[in-house]
Design a protein around this ligand. Sequence first.
Ligand code: NAD
Length: 419
Amino acid sequence: MSYKVKDIGLAAAGRRMMEWAESHMPVLAEIRREFSRTKPLRGITIGAALHTEAKTGVLVRTLLAGGGKVAITSCNPLSTKDEVAAALAREGVHVYAWRGESTKEYYSNLNSVLDFRPQILIDDGADLITMIHTRRRELLDEVIGASEETTTGVNRLRIMAEEGTLKFPVIAVNDSPSKRFFDNRFGTAESTFQAITGMTNTLIAGKHLVVVGYGFVGRGIASRAKGLGALVAVVETDPVKALEAAMDGFQVTSMAEASRWGEIFITATGGYKVIRAEHMKQMRDGAILCNSGHFNVEIDLEGLRRMAVSSREVIEDVREFKLKNGRRIYLLAEGRLVNLAGKRSLGHPMEIMDMSFALQALSVVYLAKVGRGLAPRVYEVPAEIDRRVAELKLRSMGIKLERQTKEQMEYSASWSFGT
Ligand SMILES: NC(=O)c1ccc[n+]([C@@H]2O[C@H](COP(=O)([O-])OP(=O)(O)OC[C@H]3O[C@@H](n4cnc5c(N)ncnc54)[C@H](O)[C@@H]3O)[C@@H](O)[C@H]2O)c1
């Protein structure tokens, strides 16, 4: 068996972590029971780059139950839970992941997953898919297709598809309503505040909190911040989103103005250097900066380091930068996605990942069935899969869905309204 983890002796603890997650993921449990009977992934090798933590472990177990073979690495050098990596390795998964990988190790681990010649890829951020298109092109022909978990990954893949560079079909799991409306919005918001308060022990109520980006993630964060009693300002580049934020009751302003006002800053744009040195120079003493977007490029870290006269880790995952002007700035989790990269960050709640990973599992099966006939483009998750996941979730929550009457269906399907 081939794996590379921090300490295989942590497997028993990892198994318990996965069991806890499993007992809160009823949709995936239902799919797993079905997979155990039907084995829809028999003979399929799946290569995954996902945050290797407990909920992902439950997805991996579901794929194994379906008859698939799985090789996995993390999609972020800091987001692996070493206990879970060890437990999966013990269960026969090819795992190449540990918390604190160097950049070189991160790419070497992606390569190790590709060495298993996967036919289906599950990616989060598109690093695995871009690697096979650049450094491992000899493997391209064997790939049936891939599914992508997050906005940043889907954006990259759409650019590849438009350029004609993409060589296999990709399902944009991120864009399906059963993912984006819940995972990006509620999942990221709750886990972001769990991480910030867990790392800093700071009070949110009464604070000036700046959310940069008012997309699905930013909207959720701003609304939770308001619920926790913060005074919230939003920074946006899109006029429609800015207007939406204003009508949702937030102050909307420029980054330059927000810099002077804010005490806590959270980036959620998927963009590049949205908080730069010129902004950090204006910030008040003790400002806290963190990122909930996918990559660690939203806060200009080089700019911050250049401006600083000294830096030290004050407490775990909290780095203090002392600036020439005497003020201190605190950066959480190295500017990596704060809800997953911190030592004690837990990622999205289990009930949320239940839906996101149910979509992943069903999308993988869909690819196994029809992927060979699809052109190399980015596809939506089929509407029946989206609906099925939502219905299973509702059922697990004991919530009843109203059904249309025959008469209502006829009315909705007509243009003449009986005239
Ligand atoms: N931390 C997590 O667990 C997690 C979960 C889901 C998504 N994500 C990531 O979060 C990021 C945002 O995802 P989303 O689904 O909200 O995307 P989105 O496209 O819905 O929203 C991004 C918003 O940022 C705005 N924006 C872009 N550049 C900006 C700038 N310079 N200043 C201010 N606003 C700017 C855009 O106009 C847009 O409204 C992505 O990187 C995504 O991959 C992270």
